[in-house]
Design a binder for this molecule. Structure first.
Ligand code: PLP
Length: 364
């Protein structure tokens, strides 16, 4: 029985990756802002329409660099419904996460709850555009201006997402992307830190390279956040396929919706100002029991959806626990169904058939 995981990495034709390897062997330049890394940054700037892209080792390090580059201290208001890296990077940088619950429709941080979470010690808002669905950026902007806060967007899922006809990466003081193998666009491991501000971009550039501004010159406290030529090569080989990848996810999502029952299922509501990238296919069931039944029924057939995101981050052992009932509730009854480039139409039909049968059984 072929197993179907929630995702499978995309791989370009091997020859197209190998073409880049020839150049690496000729130059013997393997890392440290080599020509392929710079070329990838340029291509990404063009493709995304952003001012600056700093290619980094991974998205998590990107979040840490963002917190550091903005000089954040004290409390950061953040979402309880995201991948653990959103919270852990705040704690790792010595700041305290303060959770504002999510909106049950968008699954993003609820701006109305952000204001209640702000104290005299708050320095920033770190919000995730969950599953590539942009937050209420205008509302978050207004709150940030009013309270003199910085804004970081964890835009790990957002490759290809637009907001008001611009890349969603253009918003906030800093947006970060993840180019991990499981993400829509990947460089095996990798990520990007994007600020539209020249001075801030320069600071991040120095910070990701130990603070070097030249041999023996250190202008900032830095870390090793660079990425390699081999990772850049994978990104360059993948980029020509991204339009196809985005299109395939869109049509697969439509196929899921067409074949899934219309009742007893909820979907994430996408921001009306956005062009979505269909990076995941989350389904919200009406109860945790049904969610469990579906997981079991699919698992019995070798199909493994994932509970993104579970647990709610406000319940982590190393944070001050806060009540976020909406996030807790959604975390218990959401599943991301398999969605990737090589997923077959027959497989989607098989998955939806099992779900229909299970929902019928649950209703009896
Ligand atoms: C994947 C992910 C990250 C971490 O990215 P890495 O590149 O794996 O470090 C951060 N936040 C969210 C929401 C993610 O899904």
């Amino acid at each position: 029985m072929k197993k179907i995981q929630v995702t499978e990495p995309f791989l370009p034709p091997k020859e197209e990756y190998e073409k880049y390897l020839d150049g690496i062997w000729e130059r013997n330049w393997l890392t440290n802002m080599g020509p392929l890394s710079l070329q990838l940054e340029e291509r990404l700037k063009d493709y995304l329409g952003v001012n600056y892209v700093q290619f980094v080792a991974n998205g998590t390090l990107g979040l840490q660099l963002a917190v550091k580059a903005l000089g954040l201290k004290g409390e950061i208001v953040t979402t309880p419904f995201s991948y653990v890296a959103t919270t852990s990077s705040i704690v790792w940088e010595g700041c305290e996460p303060v959770f504002a619950d999510i909106d049950p429709n968008s699954l993003n941080i609820d701006p109305k709850k952000i204001e209640n979470a702000i104290s005299a010690r708050t320095t920033a808002i770190l919000a995730t555009h969950v599953f590539g669905n942009p937050c209420d950026i205008d509302a978050i902007d207004n709150i940030a201006k009013k309270h003199h806060l910085k804004v970081i967007y964890d835009a790990a899922h957002c490759f290809g997402t637009m907001y008001e006809d611009k890349s969603v990466f253009c918003f906030g003081d800093i947006s970060i992307a993840s180019f991990h193998a499981t993400k829509t666009f990947h460089t095996i491991e990798g990520g990007a830190v994007m600020s539209q501000d020249q001075a801030l971009n320069e600071k991040i550039y120095h910070m990701k390279n130990f603070g070097h501004s030249g041999p023996g010159n250190f202008v900032e406290l830095g870390i090793n956040g660079k990425n390699s030529e081999f990772h850049a090569a994978m990104g360059l080989a993948n980029l020509p396929y991204i339009a196809d990848i985005l299109e395939k996810r869109k049509s697969d999502s439509a196929l899921y919706i067409e074949h899934l029952p219309k009742e007893n299922i909820d979907y994430q509501v996408i921001n009306a100002k956005a062009k979505h990238n269909f990076s995941y296919f989350p389904v919200i069931w009406h109860s945790a029991e049904v969610c469990q039944m579906i997981t079991q029924a699919l698992g019995a057939q070798g199909i493994y959806p994932r509970k993104y995101f579970h647990p709610s981050l406000s319940t982590l052992s190393y944070v001050e626990q806060m009540k976020c009932p909406i996030s807790d509730d959604i975390a218990n009854r959401i599943l991301c169904l398999p969605l990737y480039y090589n997923l077959q139409v027959t497989e989607i039909k098989q998955i939806t058939k099992i779900i229909k049968q299970t929902l019928k059984k649950a209703a009896q």
